[in-house]
Design a protein around this ligand. Structure first.
Ligand SMILES: Nc1ncnc2c1ncn2[C@@H]1O[C@H](COP(=O)(O)OP(=O)(O)OP(=O)(O)O)[C@@H](O)[C@H]1O
Ligand SMILES: [Mg+2]
Length: 251
């Protein structure tokens, strides 16, 4: 599904990703772990074409991104659902309206506006069934801002599913919720990915949940892949999170 060869991405003097080569197959569930600033968000944005590499090659389902027209790039991106670190919901809108926006890349601006103003009944039925699946059907017509953080995360999951993508990328979807809700959201995401045969790539700070729910864990440090293995060993984790002299704060 995703094939990266020797990918490097810099922002000015900062190298966010350095010589990354890997393949993620269709239907795989992969967790990305690593300290703050290690390149997890950049990696996920690269996978969905929001960030373009400085060197190396990247292809999605055998299409090289460098050689695609804008239209084809948009089409390819519309098939990859992305839940950003801040969820990307519009708080002033109602829950069902935020979910409708999941298909924004699939329609023309005019087509999207008409669907947004007068949502077709089948869309509303679909949205209701997705909200049932994520456990908050009663919130469909509520203003998004009135939902708790954990409920808003579920809206973001429903919006990603409404997009009917082949892959789901999620950037720290469980930050800012208590441990029980974090576990329940990860369970939901991995179950939904399995049910829909989605490729799931998720960055996650909670190493225990990554080990428990993901059969493949990639450890990123300073933009490099430190390990890519079925489980992260204690030694690998120590090396991953070890602070360098310059990062240690004097007492
Ligand atoms: N748009 C940008 N402009 C400049 N530098 C950037 C940009 N995006 C990322 N970086 C830099 O690239 C590096 C990797 O950032 P990234 O956001 O990918 O890390 P992360 O692993 O997601 O961190 P966190 O766990 O804190 O979310 C950092 O040094 C960051 O400052
Ligand atoms: Mg990040």
């Amino acid at each position: 599904m995703f094939q990266l060869t020797d990918i490097t991405k810099s922002f000015g003097a900062t190298v966010a990703l350095s010589k990354i080569s890997l393949e993620i197959k269709q239907g795989e569930h992969v967790a990305i772990i690593g300290p703050s600033g290690s390149g997890k968000t950049t990696f996920l944005k690269l996978l969905n074409g929001q960030v373009i590499q400085n060197s190396g090659s990247y292809s999605i389902a055998e299409s090289h991104l460098n050689s695609l027209s804008n239209k084809n790039l948009r089409r390819l991106r519309s098939e990859i659902a992305y839940i950003p670190q801040d969820l990307g919901l519009i708080p002033q809108l109602k829950v069902f309206q935020n979910i409708l926006l999941g298909r924004v890349g699939k329609h023309s601006a005019l087509g999207m506006l008409s669907k947004f103003l007068i949502p077709p009944r089948k869309n509303l039925q679909h949205i209701f069934s997705l909200l049932q699946r994520v456990g908050i059907p009663e919130k469909m017509y509520h203003h998004t801002a009135t939902l708790s953080g954990g409920q808003q995360q579920r809206v973001a999951v429903a919006r990603a599913l409404f997009q009917q993508a082949h892959s789901l990328l999620a950037d720290e979807p469980i930050s800012a919720v208590d441990p029980a809700r974090a576990r329940s959201l990860i369970t939901l995401l991995t179950e939904i990915a399995t049910e829909n045969q989605l490729t799931l790539v998720m960055s996650i700070h909670n190493v225990e949940l990554a080990r428990e729910f993901f059969p493949r864990i990639i450890g990123l440090k300073n933009g490099h892949i430190l390990f890519d293995s079925p489980e992260a060993s204690t030694e690998q984790l120590e090396e991953l999170y070890h602070l360098s002299e310059s990062e240690l704060v004097e007492p």
